[in-house]
Design a binder for this molecule. Sequence first.
Ligand SMILES: *Cc1c(COP(=O)(O)O)cnc(C)c1O
Length: 379
Amino acid sequence: MPRIDPEVMDWIAQAVPGVRELVPYQPGKPLEELERELGVRGALKLASNENPLGASPAAVDAVHQAVTGLAEYPDGDSFRLRHALAARHGVDPSAVTVGNGSNDVLDLIARAFLGPGREAVFSEYAFAVYPIVTRAVGATARVTKALDPDAGQPYGHDLEAMAGQITSETRVVFIANPNNPTGTWVDTAAVRRFLDALPGEVLCVVDEAYFEYVEDPDYPDTTQWLACYPNLVVTRTFSKVYGLARLRVGYGLSDPAVAELLNRVRQPFNVNGLAQAAALAALDDVEHVKKSVEFNSLGLGRLGSDLRERGIGFVPSVANFLCVDIGREAGPVYEGLLREGVIVRPLVAYGLPRFLRVTIGTADQNRQVVAALDQVLGL
Ligand SMILES: *Cc1c(COP(=O)(O)O)cnc(C)c1O
């Protein structure tokens, strides 16, 4: 056996080209890690856009019941969940692709439609998973410049610029609506115009992870347009307003022919049984969603006015978080907030070093963030 010197072996050079340049996704700092590293106990995490009200009690009950079947494989077809989602959205069950979180669906799209020599188009400051799934399969990312800081949607998607980046190699466009981490959104007319001009063979993925939170009448529900645009894929998730982030369940709606291709690359049991049961129950708890949206709306307004009072800027948001402009390098402020027991999300990796993303919490939690900011910024 030849001996390989681990000091000399360059594994990066052995990786496929797309993976060589990848930077791993950085999740929000877990509470346990903060406790381990800084000894801060009882901290507050507002770093991953989770629902501060938690999951629907009906979903929690469903998980308790599903636990009795832990030794058995889940339904690999997610039959009941897919049928419930199809009924909810008025589509055929064959149009629904379930995922281990909607990130999984984004990955399935990349694996089925992207690869070396192909291109994906998305915006600067768009959700971090788009570059990862694109580059991991060896495709080229065409990143368009975002809207100006003084635009109506500062740092938001410029759909006209995105349309201008499409070439004969483009197979997928990712639109986050609203976008994370900016909280910006694109309106009905703009998305319509974009889809009408898009070549038929280019998939338009509209990522609606925060759909339920958006209250503006000009915000489109693109699931209504699936019949008109066979190249449209809409993704939704149970991780945000439904409060099931830990279970990992999301889905895509598309033309059944597209869903069939996604299904070919899908892992057989990608959505576990606890997640299927919880999602099914959560879908029916309309009250919990309504209450969560109301809480968020109040919190968003309140945090916004608290920041304005202090002269702290932020990007106007329609989601469950605010992209806060610290006005200078935000890293030290992030660290200071950690010491105050508040975890938020730094956005250096997004190319927004002056910003911190703060998830809307309960009224108490929002007060805590503002108090911690006052401490750290010396206000
Ligand atoms: C949180 C989020 C998702 C959802 O991720 P899951 O894998 O469903 O937990 C998708 N897109 C965006 C833009 C998000 O912020």
